[in-house]
Design a protein around this ligand. Sequence first.
Ligand SMILES: [Zn+2]
Ligand SMILES: [Zn+2]
Length: 370
Amino acid sequence: MTKIGDSENNITTMKALVFHGANNLALEDRPKPKIIHATDAIVRIATTTICGTDLHILKGDVPTITAGRILGHEGVGMIEEIGTNVSGFHKGDKVLISLITSCGGCSFCKKGMYSHCRNGGWLLGNSIDGTQAEYVRIPFADTGLYLLPPDVDDEAVVMLSCILPTGLECGTMNGQVKPGDIVAIVGAGPVGLAVLLTAQLYSPAGIVMIDLDDNRLEIARLFGATQVVNSSDGKAAERVMALTQSAGVDVAIEAVGLSATFNICQAIIAPGGHIANVGVHGKSVELHLERLWASNITLTTRLVDAGTTPLLLKMVQSGRLDAKKLVSHRFELSEIMKAYDTFANAAKEHALKVVIRNTNVNGRNLKENS
Ligand SMILES: [Zn+2]
Ligand SMILES: [Zn+2]
């Protein structure tokens, strides 16, 4: 157990959220991570959050994750220790952790496809221990971390670890949203809302948000959706076609990961349009080429590379992008099981992103130390 008053170097254990198989999580004591490679850094987590992907893991949908893994791939914290080959950071720096680990030198990194890095990719909370803990080891720290000003708002910036780059790159940019477009976003969860926020940067003429949950649709309206469609009666596609005078939409973004939601995108796409898939699909879908073969459409898939993180950071810091409004609930690390319950019952709890603070890291307030 960590004792209050221990010097940092004497701390050997920490609290961490550990996956023990489907529907089995526990907050427990684990050894504090150590530097393994000279390019590593150890980061003391101040703020983390739970991703929709973590819920997929919890259900047992992500077979790469073995029992005993510390979950989480999002976080803001402070550098506690750096390896001898880390050149861009110092002990005490406040940093944003990217979900993507990239070596910077392999053939995929050279092409900007960091998510497919031969030595990295999505590792945190997947094949290595993640950020839902007091400390985390970050491989290739020079490329996986971003320096933050000490006074930056953790809650806004932690939205840049995963969901905002995902919304921007996989949704808005892959969908090639442009001025005057009509955009439909299927799924008003946190990632769908991140698409909604970033799509507006490209001045579409209208954004139709589609979801089963009226509360989320109401939030989507507040976030800038021009029209909302509740899809619970199975007639979302018909309604979108009516809204567009049967023309369909220029961009249809799938942010759920189900066959039914992908089908809505296929049914509403206008000739020449772009379907951008963002959702994590666990099952195959039917591609309706019998209708789409002559429609000049483009269908894209992508894993987030997080190459847009620096530009998103600038936009959050300048106030152009209000990332903090994605946060609906706040918990301490000691309450992380409750945070998972809240996030897993998002419709009932009216939850968007749930933020987990580590204000009393080892009995000390991180801000007092910064
Ligand atoms: Zn994520
Ligand atoms: Zn690489």
